[in-house]
Ligand binder design. Structure first.
Ligand code: ADP
Ligand code: MG
Length: 592
């Protein structure tokens, strides 16, 4: 094939691919247009994953009738004229590409009435070609319906993920814009069901309650207003108390001048602000709105406008870090206000509680059954369930995989020192207990025995729409491992049961931890979702580092570890123990 100029239609589809990657990209672009048009209400309707139908309606200023066709021409925009304008963009759109790109790969119907005109216009397009135009009565504003997305680009269609994944992306886009524009009312309907609504009160806090759920929001700290020496940078928003820990940074949401951005350096600034407050590999939840003068910002660096460039990135980094750090420090200096639990204050409200609450996990009889229920108010014990773990010292059927160890003591309330025929052992109590619980849980699971469950009465959890979809998708898997959740309204679930192992834990935290696992999804070649959830449950249930153990408790734990199939690592593959042989000891002391 010789060199030739591509047909317009082909060019349009190639360009569309850069901007419109998935149904959520359509919603993003149409929402941005609605916001740029000064809308107060943005209504988004989706059928299925959005391939079939997406409709965005707004009450903005509308498009003048003589410009309706032009709106769909490539590089046609009302938001920019000269290159100088590019240097100080105040609108979300500026390239004049979105409508052309969307129309090139779908069937579009547009109804719009400009605020200065009495009648509206309706335009129908197929694959970018105008099929029909007529005058019509319409309220002020614009309604765009996009049907059969990617009908003419089979390759793009093939790359779409499962319906639920696309639905989640859509819900994320809408909730993000609602956060960035708290004075606008957003409504999202998926398959005829309202899954998200923001009230347009102008308060970010109101949107966050709707977007994150009250359970997460109550653990968020408002960022303080700092008088910055660079007043030109403003940072507002909310960040989570250190007691909230997530497994990845996907819950850090950043906006720059009202635009959602993905900026690894800025999310690093957020994470760094938590230095020494969060465990390594754990991340906070944060919603951070950064505002800088538009001329100090280049928004024209990414096809989907998801990245920006600052003239002074270090100043922005520092401003974000300072605001977050201040919020955390102010919070931790007022212990009376502390809502979360750290390792050290976990369960210490009754002085004998710590031992009692986790003893049952170690297979030792509890002194007073029922003392565990103080954490889950409204919790009842399911009749007939024995809270002791059924194997351990009392199940000699399992072969020994470690030599008999003699417990000597505990170091730093975290490690058990033990002696065996081959020298000295230092056992990580948390990792070891995780291993014990994991093998026991997997055994029950593999034998398809009904898993021990702990029944709760009337505990509900309200989640952000994307997380609620994730729970819905995995409801059967969750049930199989002991979490019984029932849909209760839009994004709310009743927690009926949780695995018995977690009976002494806050059920909301238990479910929150599981969502983290689900969000990370299934990586090919790695553990199944079920296995990951089980690992997480065991991690949550295992005795924490920083818990003082009695001699008897340590012996119980070591006895059970001795009979694990893989006693040397925790379910995540980290070591449970360090071993120093008698030879090594002798060598270190210069005896050899
Ligand atoms: P851009 O937003 O970059 O200008 P688009 O292709 O998204 O490019 O839109 C082209 C033009 O169509 C916009 O500049 C605007 O004038 C008009 N337009 C699009 N959507 C709307 C809307 N919902 N309300 C009013 N005008 C709109
Ligand atoms: Mg646009």
């Amino acid at each position: 094939m010789g060199i030739h100029v591509l047909e317009d239609q082909v060019i349009a589809q190639i360009a569309a691919g850069e901007v419109i990657e998935r149904p959520a990209s359509v919603i993003k672009e149409l929402t941005e247009n609605a916001l740029d048009a000064g809308a107060s209400n943005v209504h988004i309707e989706v059928t299925g994953s959005g391939k079939k139908l997406i409709r965005v309606s707004d009450d903005g200023h509308g498009i003048p009738s003589e410009e309706v066709e032009l709106a769909f021409a490539r590089h046609a925009t009302s938001k920019l004229q000269t290159t100088d304008d590019l240097m100080a963009i105040q609108t979300l759109g500026f390239r004049g590409e979105a409508l052309a790109s969307i129309a090139a790969v779908s069937h579009v119907s547009l109804t719009t009435r400009h605020q200065s005109e009495a009648t509206g216009t309706k335009l129908l397009l197929e694959g970018g070609r105008i099929q029909q135009r007529k005058s019509t009565g319409a309220p002020r504003g614009t309604v765009i319906t996009v049907e059969n997305l990617f009908y003419n680009t089979p390759a793009r269609l093939k790359f779409l993920k499962a319906e639920n994944t696309e639905k989640r992306h859509i819900a994320s886009v809408v909730t993000r814009y609602a956060m960035a524009y708290p004075n606008i009312r957003f409504v999202l309907h998926q398959d005829g069901r309202e899954v998200f609504r923001s009230g347009g009160t102008g308060q970010l806090s109101d949107v966050l309650v709707a977007a994150l759920g009250l359970d997460t929001f109550k653990d968020m700290l408002e960022l303080p207003a700092l008088d910055s020496e660079r007043d030109s940078i403003s940072v507002v928003g909310y960040t989570s108390m250190p007691s909230i820990q997530r497994a990845d940074r996907s819950r850090i949401t950043l906006f720059v001048n009202g635009r959602w951005v993905q900026d690894s350096s800025l999310s690093y600034a957020v994470v760094q602000a938590y230095h020494t407050f969060l465990m390594k590999g754990r991340y906070p939840v944060a919603v951070v709105m950064i505002t800088v003068p538009p001329d100090l910002l280049d928004v024209n660096v990414h096809p989907a406008k998801a990245e920006v460039r600052f003239q002074d990135p270090n100043a922005v980094f520092a401003a974000v870090q300072r605001a977050i750090r201040r919020a955390i420090i102010d919070h931790s200096e007022t212990p009376a206000l502390r809502g979360g639990r750290s390792f050290s204050d976990f369960n210490w409200d009754e002085d004998t509680a710590p031992q009692k609450t986790w003893q049952m996990g170690l297979g030792i009889e509890m002194e007073s059954p029922g003392s565990f229920s103080h954490q889950s108010s409204g919790a009842e014990r399911e009749t007939g369930y024995d809270h002791t773990i059924p194997f351990g010292p009392t199940s000699p059927a399992r072969p020994r995989t470690l030599p008999m160890l003699r417990v000597i003591g505990q170091v730093g309330a975290s490690y058990i020192v033990a002696e065996g025929p081959a020298g000295l052992y230092l056992v990580d109590q948390h990792a070891a207990h995780e291993r014990i619980l994991y093998e026991q849980f997997m055994l029950e699971y593999a034998q398809k025995e009904p898993l021990a469950q702990f029944t709760l009465s009337s505990q509900t959890i309200e989640l952000p729409a994307p997380e609620a979809r994730l729970i819905e998708e995995n409801i059967d898997v969750l049930q199989a491992v002991g979490f019984k959740l029932e849909p209760f309204g839009t994004n709310t679930f009743v927690i009926r049961c949780i695995p018995a192992l977690l009976s002494d834990q806050d059920p909301l935290e238990a479910v929150g931890g599981i969502i983290d696992e689900l969000e990370m999804g299934k990586t090919p070649g790695h553990a199944s979702i079920e296995e990951k959830i089980i690992q997480r449950v065991c991690k949550q249930a295992a005795v924490k580092a920083g818990t003082v153990l009695s001699m008897q408790e340590m012996q119980g734990l070591i006895r059970q570890l001795e009979r694990c199939q893989s006693p040397l690592t925790c379910p995540h593959g980290r070591p449970t123990m360090l071993h120093m042989s008698s030879d090594e000891l002798a060598r270190e002391f210069g005896r050899k």
